[in-house]
Design a protein around this ligand. Structure first.
Ligand code: SF4
Length: 289
């Protein structure tokens, strides 16, 4: 069996379309890693290569976030015209399953870990469901190492992306992270994190932790930063702004090689923050958050 995993390109006009700091989406390499060994799997990221419509895979998997959905549907339609079945997943497909289902033979809702083997087995048999849904969330233990080896070489600014947690304890009402991954923070065991970090360091001493809030569990974050400090490494991630109120954690992050953190300020209006339950951010009397 041959499976092709596709990431559609960003639309024209988006800053991501020609973004110089281009990196691959972890969903592609993770899905490839979850694929059984006897399946031939390839990855095509349309942001760095053309989609090959001629190689006749047995199944195409398209992962979509909202800005990529329209293009993802066009790609899916094209493969289905060639009688090649398409399965769709990702955040957008999860929330817009009916819409995605108009362009796909099956839609996967939520995380793929617990259903991807079933999807493949069903398509192999030629008898599949229209919708696959995770029964419970993965516990993040024994996750396979993403198949970065399948990525096109020398086209990304870096390929060292890694995930160590999913979910965030905060309740911001606009957040797709918690809607998709939940309000509890699931964490990978640190010994598995260490193994993957060491693998990535063979490539480059830089890692982008794509976690939505790397300090979601401060005690774990402390241990993580101690681990990272053992290596000569620079890293980036996302964090909630309350890291600025925790001098010790902030210091540890810096000592461990933190190079930058993406922080969502969202608004400088306390009322707006309150209205949207953005409780990690507070605007003080001077107007600073
Ligand atoms: S702090 Fe960030 S990741 Fe957490 S719920 Fe709010 S917006 Fe989402």
């Amino acid at each position: 069996m041959k499976i092709k995993i596709i990431c559609p390109r960003w639309p024209e006009g988006s800053i991501w379309r020609h973004f110089i700091f281009r990196f691959p989406y972890l969903s592609l390499t993770t899905l490839a890693a979850l694929t059984p060994e006897d399946v031939e799997v390839t990855i095509e990221d349309e942001n760095v290569q053309e989609i090959n419509y001629q190689d006749q895979p047995d199944l195409v998997a398209v992962s979509i976030i909202t800005p990529l959905a329209k293009r993802g549907y066009a790609i899916a339609d094209q493969f289905r015209k060639l009688s090649i079945p398409v399965v769709m997943g990702g955040v957008h497909a999860t929330w817009m399953a009916e819409e995605a289902g108009q362009h796909a033979d099956a839609v996967v809702l939520g995380e793929a870990e617990k259903v991807w083997h079933r999807v493949i087995a069903d398509f192999r048999r030629g008898s599949y469901q229209r919708v696959y849904s995770e029964e419970s969330r993965s516990d993040l233990q024994n996750l396979p190492i993403p198949r970065r080896d399948l990525l096109k070489k020398r086209v990304y600014f870096f390929t060292n992306t890694m995930q160590i947690s999913r979910g965030c304890p905060f309740q911001c009402d606009f957040c797709s992270v918690t809607a998709f991954f939940g309000h509890t923070c699931r964490l990978r065991p640190l010994k598995e994190v260490r193994k993957e970090v060491e693998l990535l360091l063979k490539e480059k001493n830089f890692i982008f932790f794509v976690d939505d809030n790397i300090i979601a569990n401060p005690a774990y974050a402390r241990d993580l930063f101690s681990l990272l400090k053992e290596y000569r490494i620079k890293w980036l991630s996302h964090a909630s702004v309350n890291i600025a109120e925790n001098d010790d954690l902030l210091k540890k992050a810096g000592e461990s090689g933190c190079y930058g953190l993406f922080i969502g300020f969202e608004s400088l209006s306390q009322k707006t923050l309150q209205d949207h339950h953005k409780t990690a951010n507070r605007v003080d009397s001077t107007g600073n958050s």
